[in-house]
Design a protein around this ligand. Structure first.
Ligand code: PLP
Length: 374
C-alpha cells in the first residue's frame, strides 16, 4: 500500500501536466508578467464559472476580505458577525480594519452560521455578517440573506472552502457558492480547494449597487486599491488556476466518491457522525470531517498516527476564546456548539488519489479504535 497523505498535489499536477506546461510556456514566451492578460483571463474564467458579475483577483484571501470590507465603507468600530468556529484569519482582518468581531455560534450539523444563531447577536451596531462556508459545506445563504435584508446589514460570503459547490437561491435556482452574498471572497492558497501553486485570492462582487459604486469610481484613483491589487495575483499562478478551473467539476466528483466510501463505511455505527449534507446545497468535501465523542477524539488521532494515517484538527480553539480577544469578555460556554466542535471534529485524508486499499485501511483503524474505546 502506498503511503497515505492528507491531501495530494503531485498527482493532480501530473494529470494536467501537458496542459499546465503549455500554459506556463505561453506566459513565459509572452513575458506579460506584470500587466497580466493571463490574470485578466483567469478573472474572466472565474466570473463565468461562478456567475458572479464582478471578480477582482488579488494576492490572497485576507487581502480579498480587506478589499471587500473597504468597498462596504463600514464605520470604524462597527460590529461584524463572524462564526466562533473556523479560520482565525477572518477575525485578524476585521481587527486590522478597525472593526469589531461579534461572534456567533454555528450549527452542529453544517458547522456554519445560521439565521437563528446570527439573530441572537445582531445589534444596532452590526454592519455586516461574514458567512464562511466550512470544509466544503456551504452555509444557508438564502436564510442568511433574508436576515441580512431584514436588519439592513451586508452579507459577506467567504466561499473559500466550498468553491465549486452549488446552492439553492431564490425560487430554488441553483447558484454557485460565492454568488449569493452582497460581496464575497475566495482564497486561492495552495491548500484551499483549487490546490494552486502560490498565494492568491479574489473578491466576488454581486450586489448591483456596489458594482455601480465601484464603476463610478473607476477613475484609476479610488477603486479602493482594486486597480493595484489585481495584478498581485502571480501571472503563473493565474495561468495554473485557469487550467484547473476547467477540471473543478471532475475533481470534485472524484472527491465525492471518496466521501461516499467513507459515508458507507461509517453508516452502521453510532460512534461516528459523518459530514452532514444540507438539502439546500451540494458539499464539495474540501475536508472530510468526522464528529466523534470528545473523549475519544485525541486518542483516535494518536492511534491513527501510530498507524501512519494522517488526520488534522483544523480548529482546536473556538475563536471567541483565543487569548487575543480576552478583552471582549467572551467566556467559555458562550457558544457551546463551537466549543464542542473544537473538541470533537477530526478531518480524515481527503483527495482524489486515495485508493480502495488505503480507504479500507483508514476506515478499519477508525472503527477499531472507537469500538475499543466507547
Ligand atoms: C484560508 C482561509 C482564509 C484566508 O485566506 P489566505 O489566502 O490564507 O489569506 C479566509 N477564509 C477561509 C475560510 C479560509 O479557509
Amino acid at each position: 500500500m502506498e503511503d497515505i497523505r492528507m491531501t495530494a498535489t503531485k498527482a493532480p499536477y501530473a494529470k494536467l501536466k501537458q496542459e499546465l506546461d503549455a500554459a506556463f510556456s505561453a506566459v513565459m514566451e509572452s513575458m506579460h508578467l506584470e500587466e497580466g492578460p493571463h490574470v485578466q483571463h483567469f478573472a474572466q474564467s472565474l466570473k463565468t464559472y461562478l456567475q458572479v458579475p464582478r471578480v477582482v483577483p488579488c494576492v490572497n484571501g485576507k487581502e480579498a476580505l480587506r478589499l471587500a470590507l473597504s468597498v462596504l465603507q463600514l464605520p470604524a468600530g462597527a460590529e461584524v458577525v463572524v462564526p466562533a468556529f473556523g479560520d482565525a484569519s477572518v477575525v485578524e482582518v476585521l481587527l486590522q480594519s478597525e472593526l469589531k468581531p461579534a461572534f456567533a455560534d454555528v450549527d452542529a450539523a453544517t458547522f456554519t452560521l445560521t439565521a437563528s444563531s446570527v439573530e441572537k447577536v445582531v445589534s444596532p451596531h452590526t454592519a455586516a455578517i461574514i458567512a464562511s462556508h466550512l470544509f466544503g459545506q456551504p452555509a444557508s445563504m438564502h436564510e442568511l440573506m433574508q436576515l441580512a435584508r431584514q436588519h439592513n446589514v451586508w452579507l459577506i460570503e467567504d466561499a473559500t472552502q466550498a468553491l465549486g459547490a452549488a446552492l439553492k437561491g431564490l425560487d430554488d435556482v441553483l447558484l454557485k457558492a460565492g454568488a449569493m452574498g452582497h460581496i464575497g471572497l475566495t482564497s486561492l492558497f495552495p491548500i484551499k480547494p483549487m490546490l494552486s501553486s502560490g498565494e492568491g485570492g479574489a473578491v466576488l462582487v454581486n450586489d448591483k449597487e456596489l458594482i455601480t459604486q465601484l464603476e463610478g469610481r473607476n477613475d484609476g484613483q479610488h477603486m479602493y486599491g482594486f486597480t493595484e491589487s489585481q495584478y498581485k495575483l502571480g501571472t503563473l499562478d493565474a495561468a495554473m488556476l485557469d487550467v484547473k478551473l476547467k477540471y473543478m467539476k471532475a475533481f470534485n466528483e472524484e472527491k465525492e466518491k471518496v466521501a461516499r466510501y467513507y459515508d458507507t463505511a461509517f453508516a452502521d455505527t453510532e460512534l461516528v457522525h459523518t459530514p452532514y449534507r444540507a438539502s439546500y446545497s451540494s458539499h464539495v468535501y474540501h475536508q472530510y470531517s468526522l464528529k466523534v465523542v470528545p473523549e475519544t477524539r485525541d486518542g483516535l488521532q494518536e492511534y491513527l498516527r501510530d498507524n501512519f494515517i494522517p488526520s488534522v484538527v483544523y480548529y482546536p480553539e473556538p475563536l471567541h476564546l483565543l487569548t487575543s480577544f480576552t478583552h471582549y469578555s467572551y467566556k467559555a460556554g458562550d457558544f457551546p456548539v463551537s466549543e464542542e466542535l473544537c473538541k470533537s471534529v477530526l478531518s480524515l485524508p481527503m483527495h482524489t488519489e486515495l485508493k480502495q486499499d488505503q480507504l479500507e485501511y483508514i476506515c478499519h483503524h477508525v472503527l477499531t479504535y472507537l469500538n475499543r474505546h466507547s
